[in-house]
Design a protein around this ligand. Structure first.
Ligand SMILES: [Cu+2]
Length: 327
């Protein structure tokens, strides 16, 4: 057990500290998260799975070295999903420990030497009722937590603005119907751009002039030439469709994943509560370049968003002014 404990302690230290100003409850959550992450990393180390293969992102949504656990949540949905996932992990761990302890106890207690005349009992009503009812109760308990969460995500509340997202083979087109129908199409930044310094500088310059503020490319296969720009603390309705085949618009930091279906309009929503760049990927196998149609969302302050809308030639009125929307 000792090497495993050392691994838990060592790995726990690799998880970044909570941001300044977080309250006690958040720090408790972080402690649980650290211990859970340490536990998982130990399990993976035992299995010989390189933890680097599980590299997860921190704020910004790009992968980080030795990253572990889910991406940092940037919306209430993502936080709730992450908390629920954590709870499930504890339930699973408790069940696994219970079964293992029981198995080893039975193997030891009823081995031939200690128990030369085995019992002939084949039936025990009380025991059978318990081992049927207990799993049912556990599943009901999980359902009581998970189904309301699923329903809450599925119901579109009153939103502040909408974006239209269209999946194409193999890029995404975005429209902002509330702001004079700004339209942009985001393509993956090719690999060659990341390996060539001048091409990279040119791509960053073009992105910066599109955004109206300096931008850097962060992540190979996740960065796009143009980004979806959205205001922070504003409830956004995402209306999704596809022009050719099935795609799926997924941004883990927002807890959003929904299929884009040709000829159909699917809706989802989220409210980003942090500024930064958040990455996602098409998550429905859509053809040969399925792996090369990432999603990059830049969440900015409401003032910056208003500036960006003006830069794109969009219209801002009293009703749609981002500074008066949201919380
Ligand atoms: Cu796709």
């Amino acid at each position: 057990m000792f090497p495993a404990l050392m691994l838990v302690l060592r790995e726990s230290r690799d998880i970044p500290d909570p941001p300044l100003g977080s309250d006690k409850r958040e720090s408790n959550v972080m402690t649980v998260k650290r211990l859970t992450a340490g536990f998982i990393s130990t399990v993976f180390a035992w299995l010989g799975v390189a933890t680097s293969a599980l590299a997860q992102s921190t704020v910004g949504g790009a992968p980080t070295d030795k990253g572990l656990w889910l991406q940092d949540a940037a919306s209430e949905q993502a936080q709730k999903i992450s908390d629920f996932n954590e709870l499930l992990l504890w339930i699973i761990a408790a069940i696994t420990v219970f079964v293992f302890v029981l198995m080893f106890y039975v193997m030891w207690r009823f081995r031939e030497k200690a128990n030369p005349t085995p019992s002939k009992v084949t039936h025990n009503t009380a025991l059978e009722v318990i081992w049927t009812a207990a799993p049912v109760l556990i599943l009901i308990g999980i359902g009581v937590i998970s189904l309301p969460l699923l329903y809450w995500q599925d119901q579109i509340p009153e939103t502040d603005m909408a974006i239209h997202v269209t999946g194409n083979q193999w890029n995404w087109t975005y429209n902002y119907p509330d702001y004079g129908d700004i339209e942009l199409t985001a393509n993956v930044v090719p690999d060659a751009t990341f390996t060539n310094a001048s091409a990279r500088a040119a791509a960053e310059e073009e992105l910066s002039s599109f955004l109206g503020w300096p931008a850097k490319l962060n992540a190979r296969l996740l960065d796009t030439d143009y980004r979806v720009v959205l205001p922070v603390n504003t409830r956004v309705k995402v209306q999704l469709t596809a022009s050719d085949v099935l795609h799926a618009w997924t941004v883990p930091a927002f807890g959003v994943k929904l299929d884009a279906v040709p000829g159909r309009l699917n809706e989802t929503w989220f409210e980003a509560n942090k500024t930064g760049v958040f990455y996602g990927q098409c998550s429905e196998l859509c053809g040969k370049d399925h792996a090369f149609m990432p999603i990059a969302v830049e969440v900015v302050t409401k003032e910056e968003f208003a500036r960006w809308v003006e830069l794109q030639g969009g219209t801002i009125t009293a009703e749609n002014n981002p500074t008066s929307l949201g919380r």
